[in-house]
Design a protein around this ligand. Structure first.
Ligand SMILES: Nc1ncnc2c1ncn2[C@@H]1O[C@H](COP(=O)(O)OP(=O)(O)OP(=O)(O)O)[C@@H](O)[C@H]1O
Length: 363
């Protein structure tokens, strides 16, 4: 059984749709010149399972690896190590042609900015026909029918079929991008900040459209956003990432005041309107560089609960008291402890945390 965002329990088929196991993504640093040796640890040891039909939200500060995880899930980013299986088949050991079909037909991705994600020289009809042509879906008339069906599915008037992206509003462009992601009837759609480039007035419409499509089509949806309130509203389950690591995974209704990882609590405490009007939990300094992540727990340099144990190892996942809730922390928040208490605790121990932040990092 999976708990939906509205609190209802729904039964899901047992076999997972996507399983990511111990995935690491390491890039060469973009800056530093031709002979730079710096590596960016964009994703470290990610384990994640997505069930058919569920919505998983991914939150975390800028640069923590959310987009990298999203791209790994839809087979756009090959992990440096680790595995990604889609409907039981390992994506990166199958022949490339098979992977293109598996990923192309089974997944869809919606990007932040539809202005850059859509080819400006193609009409809406051409944009929506393209995946059908590439994957040779049906006859020419059937493809035309599918284009019409997709436009109606996302609420685009027929009259826009011959329009170019530049002639559409931001909201209409994002509808085209959503329709394109749905063209091949995927099981999984990953939406990476799908509303952050849109006017506030159309954001709710696009979010409602995604929720509606997800229910109607039985899609699994991975929803990446900085907007924690929205993630919570959209998702069944929330993943918190910090500096390339998944540090907590919990049912959406537990992320505010029942999260066990100090970072998740701090992140949510800084979201206006989510909890009591209290000050956010204070953290020490900025997020460390992804080229030199701290040893052990990556959050320890900013955490008010950190001690030398945290500099030693990254703990394995521990299960919280409720199903589907797990976290990786040596000194988790106690079950039932209020965020208000944590603010008070952090305020008194931040000087110690500052000292911890000065501990040596890995070379
Ligand atoms: N192709 C690349 N080459 C070098 N570094 C990269 C590359 N792609 C991502 N990174 C780095 O990897 C880290 C994770 O990036 P990612 O885009 O996944 O983070 P994010 O959480 O999605 O950030 P944001 O919320 O700002 O979009 C960042 O430090 C980023 O600069």
């Amino acid at each position: 059984m999976t708990r939906r965002a509205d609190g209802h329990e729904v039964s899901r088929p047992e076999s997972p749709l996507v399983v990511v196991s111990d995935a690491h993504v390491v890039h060469k640093a973009r800056t530093g010149g031709l002979f730079a040796r710096d590596r960016v640890y964009a994703l470290t040891g990610a384990d994640l399972t997505i069930a058919p039909g569920e919505t998983v939200g991914v939150v975390g500060e800028s640069g923590c690896g959310k987009s990298t995880l999203a791209k790994v899930l839809v087979g756009v980013q090959r992990p440096t190590s680790g595995t990604v299986s889609f409907r039981g088949s390992d994506l990166w050991t199958m022949p490339p042609a098979e992977r293109r079909v598996t990923v192309g037909a089974g997944t869809g991705m919606i990007f932040q900015d539809p202005s850059t994600a859509l080819n400006r020289r193609l009409t809406v009809r051409q944009i929506l026909r393209d995946p059908l042509d590439v994957h040779r879906r049906g006859t020419a008339p059937q493809r035309e029918d599918r284009v019409k069906e997709l436009m109606s599915l996302v609420g685009l008037p027929k009259a826009l079929a011959d329009g170019l992206p530049g002639q559409l509003s931001g909201g209409q462009r994002q509808r085209v991008a959503i329709a394109r992601a749905l063209a091949l009837d995927p099981d999984l759609v990953v939406a990476d900040e799908p509303t952050s480039a849109l006017d506030v007035s159309v954001r709710a419409q696009i979010l409602n459209l995604l929720l509606d499509l997800k229910e109607r089509l039985g899609l699994a949806l991975v929803f990446v956003s900085h907007d924690i309130q929205t993630v919570r509203r959209m998702s069944d389950r929330v993943i918190t990432m910090y500096l390339g690591r998944i540090v907590e995974e919990s049912p959406a209704d537990e992320v505010t005041d029942r999260s066990r990882h100090p970072y998740t609590r701090a992140l949510f405490s800084a979201t206006p309107g989510l909890l009591d009007p209290i000050d956010p939990i204070p953290l020490v300094g900025p997020v460390p560089s992804a080229t030199r992540p701290p040893s052990g727990c990556p959050f320890r340099t900013r955490c008010w609960k950190a001690d030398p144990v945290c500099a030693g190892t990254m703990p394995d996942f521990a299960a919280a008291s409720s199903p589907g809730h797990r976290f990786r922390c040596h000194h988790p928040v106690e079950d039932g402890q209020s965020t208000r208490d944590l603010v008070a605790q952090a305020v008194t121990t931040v000087p110690e945390a500052t000292a911890m932040a000065e501990m040596p990092r890995e070379p």
